[in-house]
Design a protein around this ligand. Structure first.
Ligand code: IPM
Ligand code: MN
Length: 374
């Protein structure tokens, strides 16, 4: 197949992990005879530095012409002034909104050999395989923001949280569909004992699931309890659906189960469209970690979150399930064989560099495993 992929490296470790992602794509293209045309563009702090804008119009236009977008990370101390008018994060939030990517899939899988990297007891991690569906274009992230002067008392700041029925329905459908294809269990997370948006969330989710996915078992859970249960009984969860900010916080927490936030991928999806006789979904794929400016440019970053995001792209936007699985299996095999960056390497073991872990994964994709030592 032929596909056009937008590449948005961004800031910090973004470019170096994206480099490993594109090397993996090249390996997949070669082994299966595909052509992936890479289209680089600016976003985040890098875009601010060269254009004054975290999300230049050309970047949006380019992404719209592509079949999928791969993104590194945005942000860094250079652009961190809270009073600044332009911020790198506006690029990320802006591209999610501009492309209508309302459903963010964040799977958490466990590689058994890495159990020691998690602070949780190994037995608690057995059987953990969950996926969070985070609503991505609504809620407090996108509500009206304001600051007003209160004279001698200082200022007042406001962030408005809003959700409409339609916004909740469409993400509940994505989660429902996913849960049907998995264990049939869905947990919807809200704060319905306090927030009106959460009461609507609960009502709408319950209705969509009862009407459209009647065979699913739906459980509602308050976000504070969910935060606790994610550590106490993580294996009991399968699909979790929640609003934007709760999903942001809970997925960083859930990454602790896997052992490092550097391992976790994500897919941000919009509505499916019929294309070339198959269902195609425009998507943006990125690791869930940030730009990690403290380790940027040193070859220390874990490329696995990015490479696993490439696998999600192959699956969800390009319809290449076999290739997606091959990448995931290569990642798993490389990790189990000890190809570990510093965030995961046990004490006393020399960690692999970003590109070495990339090499170990690529070798397992192209099938020359015998030739590599890690
Ligand atoms: C994430 C990040 C972003 C978010 C930031 C960088 C705006 O934390 O993708 O989880 O909060 O969505
Ligand atoms: Mn986050």
């Amino acid at each position: 197949m032929r596909a056009r992929i937008a590449l948005l490296p961004g800031d910090g470790i973004g470019p170096e992990v994206l480099e490993e992602g594109t090397r993996v794509l090249d390996a997949v293209a070669e082994r299966w005879g595909h052509t992936f045309e890479a289209k680089p563009a600016l976003i985040g702090g890098a875009a601010i530095d060269s254009t004054g804008n975290a999300l230049p119009a050309e970047t949006i236009a380019l992404c719209r012409e592509c079949d999928a977008v791969l993104l590194g990370a945005v942000g860094g101390p250079k652009w961190d002034d809270p009073r600044a008018k332009v911020r790198p994060e506006q690029g990320l939030l802006g591209i999610r909104k501009a492309l209508g990517l309302f459903a963010n899939l964040r799977p958490v899988t466990i590689h058994e050999k890495l159990a020691a990297s998690s602070p949780l007891k190994a037995e608690r991690l057995t059987g953990v395989d969950l996926i969070v569906v985070r609503e991505l274009t609504g809620g407090i992230y996108f509500g009206e923001k304001s600051r007003t002067q209160l004279g001698a008392e200082g200022e007042r700041a406001t962030d408005v949280c809003t959700y409409s029925t339609m916004e909740i329905e469409r993400v509940a459908r994505v989660a429902g569909k996913l849960a049907m294809a998995r264990s049939g269990r869905l947990t919807s997370v809200d704060k319905a004992n306090v927030l009106e948006t959460s009461r609507l969330w609960r009502e709408v989710t319950a209705r969509v699931i009862a009407n459209e996915f009647p065979s699913l078992t739906l459980q509602h859970l308050l976000v504070d309890a969910c935060a606790m249960h994610l550590l106490q009984r993580p294996a009991s969860f399968d699909v979790i659906v929640t609003e934007n900010m709760f999903g942001d916080i809970l997925t960083d927490e859930a990454s602790v189960l896997a052992g490092s936030i550097g391992l976790l991928p994500s897919a941000s999806l919009g509505a499916s469209i019929e294309e070339h006789g198959r269902e195609a979904t425009m998507g943006l794929y990125e690791p869930i970690h940030g730009s990690a400016p403290d380790i940027a440019g040193k070859g220390l970053a874990n490329p696995v979150g990015m490479i696993a995001s490439v696998a999600m792209m192959l699956r969800h936007s390009l319809g290449l399930e076999e290739e997606a699985r091959a990448v995931e299996q290569a990642v798993h095999a490389a990790l189990e064989a000890g190809a570990l960056t510093a965030d995961l390497a046990p004490r006393g073991v020399q960690p692999g560099r970003t590109s070495e872990v990339g090499d170990a994964i690529i070798a397992r994709i192209v099938g020359t495993r015998e030739a590599v030592s890690t």
